[in-house]
Write a protein that binds this ligand. Sequence first.
Ligand code: FAD
Length: 289
Amino acid sequence: MKIVDILNAKQTLSYEIFPPKGEMPLFEAAGVSEGLAQAHPDWISVTFSAGGTGNSENTFKIANALQEDLGVNALAHLTCMGATVDDMRGHVEALQSNGIHNVLALRGDRMPGRDTVDFAYAADLIAFLKQVAPDLCIGAACYPEGHVECEDFDRSIEHLKMKQDAGADFLVTQLFFENEYFYRFREACSRARIKIPIVCGIMPFTSVKQIQRMAFTCGASIPARVIKRLAAVGTNEADQRKAGVEYACEQLVDLAENGVDGLHVYSMNRVDVGMATHDALVDCGYWKD
Ligand code: FAD
């Protein structure tokens, strides 16, 4: 089913998984998929390594297994950093042969030795996909605090509008720890006539080290109340994880109350973390299995 059709009908709940590394990545992914399927999510997205590195070949296989083996809608990520038009035609064929109808079209992060080839920006990939596979439902990334490479917030909203104009059907946000930034961003989108649904991505942090890393890689601010909570729980990682999951649940409930289009949880392949967010939404009456 097309994700945009679900978003137009109700507030959604979804999760993200990444293809595990190691010797039995598909076996491990099946365990995570099965675990998260217990939350009866509207879809599960599967990440794709930029530049075709890492485990990107498994993205479509995992997305296919979600749909075929578990009956869960899949959203396959696809990056265009370093890709040629021919590479992308190959990916589109692979999507189609795996029965995948929903794609998150991304540029991918810049890294030393990796640059764009035929697609400079995600908007170029979106336009290409619309042309060669008009039936695909296409999502795109957005950044409530602006993208790390773009210092001007208004410019980043203009770039986002280009994704809508190129044919994006819905948006999924970068993680954020302060809901007020999302509400400000939602208003800015509305002023810029960005009308497609916006799904909020929330990551329950699991340790001090992890939240610091995420803040640096994606430019998400860490609010003082998160720092105070972490200071209060001390150095024990289990306590830090508990604090992170509690904080994410509070964020999700507040977003649900404020009528956002969808809630997407970056549970980092941890089924216990994903299910804790699901249970919090069920307890508050914002989610029914
Ligand atoms: P773009 O939309 O192309 O934007 C990149 C930069 O270019 C931004 O600074 C933007 O403001 C600027 N820009 C855009 N258009 C123009 C223009 N016309 N002129 C000048 N500047 C412009 N990465 C992965 O490798 N794999 C994944 O699976 C993955 N999943 C993600 C899922 C989500 C929900 C999000 C939010 C991010 C994900 N990423 C993933 C990270 C993503 O690849 C990076 O954030 C990347 O740096 C930007 O991707 P984009 O698609 O937003 O790029």
